[in-house]
Design a protein around this ligand. Structure first.
Ligand code: FAD
Length: 421
């Protein structure tokens, strides 16, 4: 008899301790406690999470989930609420950037539609919470798996085999486990790269996010929490996502630091005063990808392993956190009824719960990028007319801001409503 079959606790192995995988591990363990053995495998668990200097916009729904999981209160003082948002559409050489659309950043009372936080802070808090709640953290990769009837044998990089009821592949956009499961991947490149960096500026951003639609792609300025320095003064900071044509990126990043800074200033503007780079700019090639199925026998895809979208709306990770909320709820409810957490009914429920939302968000972000990343005059005129009209329609603006906050759509999973499982 296998270890899984002889154990009283069903085991779920999660391959990939990015923010999506960690959130799922924590949600399952908090809900099912001793009723489940959650094993989280990722070689990256050996590294200091604070080494990851990227920052993310966490939508209100995802923040409610982190709050329900007891993680948000650990990071709230380092998260910057987005208080309003300004959208412009212009060319780089234009002397002024007319504002076409503004949003006040609140949904449901005083709740901001999103907060900015560094990946390092959030990952560290999730790892601590996973450890405290009894998730089995293994700093090792998953090499492969073999389904054997009512279990899947998961092989770790060092050769150890863990029998499990379910393997969750949360191993990122280039998921090897997705490939091994024979799940097809529909994808196309954008021929754009997203350059990310943290920028220090002289003046306070006052919680404002700015998105300049430029012909090479969107240039987003996202406010970060100011840091108190040794002399008591504040270091004002923002995160940028600078989309450029991929064939320009290498030359740009290898250019002299002063030339790179002046290219930054041309896009960022000088409204926040003098600028400097706090982190070294890093480029990520952008593509679209969605798995043909999100499940296979005793396997579920989660986060970027299931879908990769354009960062134009800052929604990629939020979709992954939504996956985690949905899968945790479906597995928890099934296990409370005595069902097999890796059974076909449970996995089909997850596929049905996520397919529409993911396809819709993928298409919207793809369409927005095509509409805005060009300099064709009639297209510019129509989109600017559209933006201007939206700006005059408070009801539509409220809909868009609730959509960005992840608060629209069919009945969201309980965690995204801030309820525990
Ligand atoms: C420029 C840019 C800006 C973005 N901005 C935002 C934003 O503001 N808001 C937002 O919501 N999204 C944003 N995104 C999207 C976001 O970065 C991703 O959607 C998110 O990081 C995916 O998280 P994940 O946990 O699914 O995967 P990942 O973060 O890719 O984690 C995968 C993990 O799997 C591990 N792994 C790989 N192979 C194995 C294996 N065989 N076994 C075990 N572990 C393995 C890796 O070590 C890694 O830790 C942005 C993306 C880009 C490119």
């Amino acid at each position: 008899m296998s270890a899984a079959a002889s154990s009283t606790q069903p085991r779920i192995v999660i391959a990939g301790g990015g923010l999506a995988g960690l959130s799922l591990a924590l949600a399952l363990k908090k809900a099912l406690a001793d009723g489940i053995d959650v094993v989280m495998c990722d070689p990256a668990l050996k590294r200091d999470p604070h080494g990851d200097k990227r920052s993310y916009a966490i939508a209100a729904a995802a923040r409610r989930m982190l709050e329900a999981l007891g993680v948000w209160n650990q990071v709230a003082d380092r998260a910057q609420p987005i208080l309003d948002m300004v959208i412009t559409d212009s060319r780089l050489q234009d002397p002024v950037r007319p504002t076409f659309l503004t949003f006040a950043g609140e949904v449901d009372g005083n709740e901001p539609f999103a907060h900015m936080i560094t990946a390092g802070d959030l990952t560290a808090a999730l790892i601590d919470a996973c450890r405290e709640s009894g998730v089995n953290l293994r700093p090792e990769g998953v090499k492969g798996f073999a389904v054997q009837g009512a279990r899947t044998d998961v092989t770790l990089a060092g050769g150890e085999v863990l029998p499990a009821a379910l393997l969750v592949a949360a191993d990122g956009g280039r998921s090897r486990l997705r490939e091994q499961a024979g799940i097809g991947w529909i994808s196309w490149p954008y021929r754009q790269s997203g350059i990310v960096a943290t920028i220090v500026h002289e003046r306070d951003h006052e919680g404002r996010a700015v998105e300049h639609f430029l012909p090479s792609g969107p240039f987003a300025i996202l406010p970060l929490k100011a840091e108190v320095q040794a002399d008591g003064s504040l270091k004002h900071r923002s995160s940028i996502v600078w989309t450029e044509r991929s064939d320009h990126v290498a030359a740009l990043l290898e250019s002299h630091p002063e030339d790179l800074l002046s290219e930054l200033e041309r896009r960022f503007g000088l409204q926040l005063g003098k600028l400097s780079f706090e982190t070294k700019p890093q480029a990520y090639p952008l593509s679209f990808g969605v798995a043909r199925r999100f499940v296979a026998e005793r396997l579920a895809l989660l986060g970027d392993a299931a879908h990769v979208i354009h960062p134009i709306a800052g929604q990629g990770l939020n979709l992954g956190l939504h996956d985690a909320a949905a899968l945790a709820e479906i597995v928890t409810d099934a296990m409370r009824l005595g069902m097999d957490p890796g059974g076909a009914d449970v996995l089909d429920g997850y596929e049905r719960a996520r397919r529409t939302d993911i396809t819709a968000m993928g298409m919207v972000t793809d369409g927005l990028n095509r509409l805005f990343s060009n300099d064709v005059l009639p297209v510019r005129l129509i989109r600017d007319l559209g933006l201007g009209l939206v700006d005059r329609m408070p009801g539509l603006k409220r809909f868009f801001i609730r959509e960005a906050a992840g608060l629209t759509g069919r009945e969201p999973p309980r965690l995204l409503r801030g309820e525990s499982l």
